[in-house]
Design a protein around this ligand. Structure first.
Ligand code: GDP
Length: 424
């Protein structure tokens, strides 16, 4: 049985915790898109792990963790993260698809140079090389990991690709050109580092499906960051949707039987772009930001403050729809215990008309939030494990979100730790 865990919103919904939780019943956990540009935080008996590239199953000894072909693989970051996890006493089983493409050092440089060039119009990239990487992948000048194992053809292709890269570096960004020999040597070195992990993961997965293994697809970011369905162009460069899980992991689409869409009890976003329910009062925003998550709403990869907002029913309903959600996991509800009243965005006003439908990005830029106030519960519900034990107002908050999202909320997370969870 294949399940997918994906984000309904802008990312950072707490997917890491939910994946870690559900990984208990899984044999295989797969990352199918994105790269080391986002982070999951997982807290369990082994410690606190900020995972960027690793699948969330690495904390479970019996799980095979796969970097699928749809991921942007930064080999240096992979190795550093692997060594870090091992130094904390874990011994993860890892496989890397032999079709995955690798981040080249110049992808990271180009990401930085382009953000600098754009100045005030920058995307707010994490500068991990993701956008240049995916541009090259689809322009057919990317490098699959297996290409790093053949020196002669690697050298020839690097020479060819550098004709374009160096023209841009010198003429557009006014930087020094890249030396082909140095780059070839570096990529051969990286190839040898990653080689022990590389395997035909498609063949492995087809067999695993045949054997009835439990497989978990782990998405990064959320619906709003999808290049097609999200808030283009303020999106990421690979699809964040469960549907892409089939492509980015290499499994038949009809095998994905359950899509668990993770959403937070409030909203947060990183980077630029429309964020209708954003809290504009800096003092109120800071209060929520500092109380959010396990260490405040600050990026797991960058440490930068996240933008925060109230729960957005319009965006979440749409986000669940485009994911094909079968279940919702609602996280961080414990964070809201300090509020007398909780604003929830239930509609968007666009050009004088109120809509409950999430609009296309052009219209979205003109949307203003319509808030409804829900009563707060004014108490600490962190660590609660029973829905019935929650204060009435907190139960009603969950039921309100369930109704608005149009999908059953089967998991409510009441704290960052694995056991701080309610199953419904
Ligand atoms: P992801 O990228 O979707 O996995 O999200 P992150 O891990 O970046 O952000 C979620 C943050 O919320 C992390 O710091 C988690 O430890 C934390 N977290 C997850 N679930 C809960 C919860 O129910 N309550 C609280 N307070 N924190 C949570």
């Amino acid at each position: 049985m294949v399940k997918a865990i994906v984000g309904a919103n802008w990312g950072d919904e707490g997917k890491g915790k939910i994946t870690d939780l559900l990984a208990n019943d899984s044999d295989i956990v797969i990352r199918f898109q994105g790269g080391a540009n986002a982070g999951h935080t997982i807290i369990n008996e082994h410690g606190r792990f900020a995972l960027h590239l690793m699948p969330s199953g690495v904390c479970h000894e019996n799980i095979v963790n796969i970097i699928g072909n749809g991921v942007a693989l930064d080999i240096n970051k992979f190795i550093a993260e692997y060594e870090d996890i091992c130094s904390q006493g874990l011994n993860p089983k890892l496989m890397v698809s032999d079709r995955v493409q690798v981040i080249m050092p110049y992808h990271v440089d180009f990401d930085r140079y382009e953000e600098e060039r754009l100045g005030g119009k920058a995307f707010g990239s994490t500068k991990s090389g993701i956008a240049p990487f995916f541009s090259d992948k689809y322009a057919k000048i990317g490098f699959q990991v297996s290409e790093l194992f053949d020196e002669e053809s690697l050298r020839e292709k690097i020479g060819r690709v550098l004709e374009i890269k160096n023209a841009l570096l010198v003429n557009l960004y006014h930087k020094d050109p890249i030396d082909a020999d140095e780059l070839t040597a570096e990529m051969l070195r990286q190839g040898q580092l990653i080689k022990p992990f590389v395997a035909d993961t498609q063949a492995f997965l087809f067999d695993a499906i045949k054997e009835g293994k439990n497989i978990l697809l782990e998405g990064q970011l959320g619906s709003m960051k999808d290049p097609d369905m999200g808030i283009y162009p303020m999106v990421t460069s690979s699809s964040t949707l469960a549907g892409y899980g089939a492509v980015g992991a290499g499994i038949p689409p009809y095998e994905i039987m359950q899509v668990i869409c993770v959403t937070k009890a409030y909203s947060s976003a990183v980077g630029a772009g429309a964020f209708v329910s954003e809290i504009m009062d800096e003092e109120k925003a800071k209060e929520l930001r500092d109380r959010g998550g396990d260490k405040g709403e600050y990026g797991a990869t960058t440490g930068r403050p996240r933008r925060v907002g109230w729960f957005d029913a319009v965006a979440t309903r749409y986000g669940c729809k485009v994911q094909g959600a079968t279940d919702v996991a609602l996280t961080n509800i414990d964070v809201l215990g300090y509020l007398d009243e909780i604003p929830v965005c239930v509609g968007y006003e666009i050009d004088g008309e109120v809509t409950k439908d999430f609009p296309n990005p052009t219209k979205l830029n003109r949307a203003k939030p319509v808030f409804e106030m829900l009563p707060g519960w004014k108490s600490d519900i962190r660590g609660f494990t029973s829905f019935e034990a929650l204060p009435k107002e907190a139960q009603d908050y969950v039921l309100f979100i369930e109704k608005e999202a149009g999908v059953h909320v089967s998991i409510v997370s009441t704290g960052p730790k694995r056991e701080e969870i309610i199953r419904r």
